[in-house]
Each structure stands twice: as C-alpha cells, then as structure tokens.
Design a protein around this ligand. Structure first.
Ligand SMILES: [Mg+2]
Length: 259
C-alpha cells in the first residue's frame, strides 16, 4: 500500500452541517436545561435567563476566536503562517472562567463537563456524516491502514467521541487529536505529529485529508506528510500545494492502497 495511515480532518471532511439544519430548538432546550440546573445547584447565584446565558457563552467563544485571529494579524492568510501563535485555551478552562465571572461560583468537574456537553450539543446533534464515510473507513481499516483524526474545535474529546459513536464510526479511529485539549490548533505541527505517533506511523507514510488548504494541506505537508484536499463539503481552490484533490472520501482507498 502507498500509505500506512490516513489522518482525517472532521468538520466539512468527514461530517458537515446541512444548510437547512435548524439549531434553534436544540439550543433552546440545551440552555433551558443549563439555566435550570445552575439555579438548582446555586440558588443564590445570579443565573440569567437561558437566552442571555446562551448569548454570553456564544460571545465568549466568538471573542476567543477573534482574539486568536487578531493576535496573528494576517499571518495566517499569508505565507508566514508558521510564525503564527497557534495555542488554544482548553474549553473547560474557558467555561470555568466564564461561569466564575458571570455567577461568582465554582463548578465541580462533573457539572462543568455536563454544562459544556449540553451547550455544544446542537453542533453534534445536527451534523451529518458523508454518505461514503463509513464505507471508506471500513475499506481502509479492513486493508490494514491505520486511521486517525485531527480537528480544530471547541468541543472536548468526549464530545467528538460521542458524535463519532452516534454515527457508528468511532471504532475506525485509532487516534483522535482535538485542538481544545491539545492546547494548540491546526496548523500547529504538534497536532499532526501527535496523530502520526499515536498511529505508529512515520509522517512520510501518512496521507492527511481535509477541506482547508492551510490547516489540512500546508500544515501536514510541513511535517512531512502527503496531503489530499477534499471538495466533498467545501470547494477551496487547491493551488499547487495538495498532492491530490479529491471530490469524495470514496476516492481514498484507490489512492491509499494502489501502487
Ligand atoms: Mg474542516
């Protein structure tokens, strides 16, 4: 086989969110449950209405992302991305700090984990896996190819695993690297190296697959991997960086196993 391991991006590569997906009912239910549980646990804390709580959390995540972009001041969009600061705060640290500021309370780990899972539930519940993903993963792993994933996300590894499990594809992944827990986001080299190492494959023997040129092609290539840009969910102009441009995940077995 041409590659020992395939490492996939998740968002808009393995799964995506249909344009008509309506997050509103899930968000309303989630934040209703969070506000109720916080009021019950901290009766004296100023727990806001669910809509305000939801807006506050959304604003905090947005502010974090904007600060990240600002701190890199155009570096990511230029050829100088390797100079960018790519650290990412852990999602549990972000939420703990936010709830401390908002309510003046300290959440224990179990309650904090539940709040995070519940607040990010819409993203997981609304996602759809590519129709050829399971078949592709089965063909690759069945032929002895090791499969991993590297994802930029505010979800915890627990949340990502839950989503993979819900769609029946968790067992195919021998390594999962989640930016919100790794402390860095793509294209930081440590994430790709960590996935390859966990799969027991040298970077040169790995094919990385994703929908973004910077995070999924230039980043993995900088650590020695080959890279395929996938146009199944998003169609970024490839330029000349990708080793392959594919239109569907189903094209992978021929590339990976052939030759
Ligand atoms: Mg993606």
């Amino acid at each position: 086989m041409r590659y020992e391991a395939v490492i996939l991006d998740l968002g808009h590569t393995v799964w995506g969110w249909p344009q008509d997906a309506d997050a509103e009912p899930v968000l309303r239910r989630s934040y209703g449950a969070i506000a109720a549980r916080l009021r019950e646990r901290f009766p004296r804390a100023p727990v806001p209405e669910p809509a305000v709580l939801r807006q506050t959390v959304a604003d905090a995540l947005k502010a974090e992302h904007e600060a990240f972009l600002r701190s890199n001041d155009g570096l990511l969009a230029s050829g100088r991305w390797s100079e960018a600061r790519l650290d990412q705060p852990r999602t549990d640290v972000l939420y703990r700090e936010l709830l401390r500021q908002m309510l003046g309370v300290e959440l224990d780990d179990a309650l904090l984990a539940w709040v995070i899972d519940t607040s990010l539930a819409a993203e997981i519940e609304l996602l759809r896996v590519a129709d050829d993903a399971a078949e592709t993963l089965r063909a690759l792993t069945g032929a002895g190819v090791r499969v991993g994933a590297v994802t930029n996300t505010y979800q915890t590894e627990r949340g990502i695993r839950r989503a993979l499990r819900m769609h029946g594809i968790e067992s195919y992944f021998g390594a999962l690297v989640v930016s919100a827990e790794a402390g860095y986001r793509k294209p930081h080299p440590s994430l790709y190296r960590s996935a390859a190492e966990r799969l027991g494959a040298a970077p040169e023997r790995c094919l990385y697959v994703g929908d973004r040129v910077l995070e999924d092609v230039l980043g993995p290539k900088a650590v020695g991997m080959k890279a395929a840009l996938c146009h199944q969910w998003r169609q970024e102009p490839p330029g000349d960086a990708p080793d392959y441009v594919i239109s569907r995940l189903g094209e992978l077995p021929a590339i990976v196993l052939g030759g």
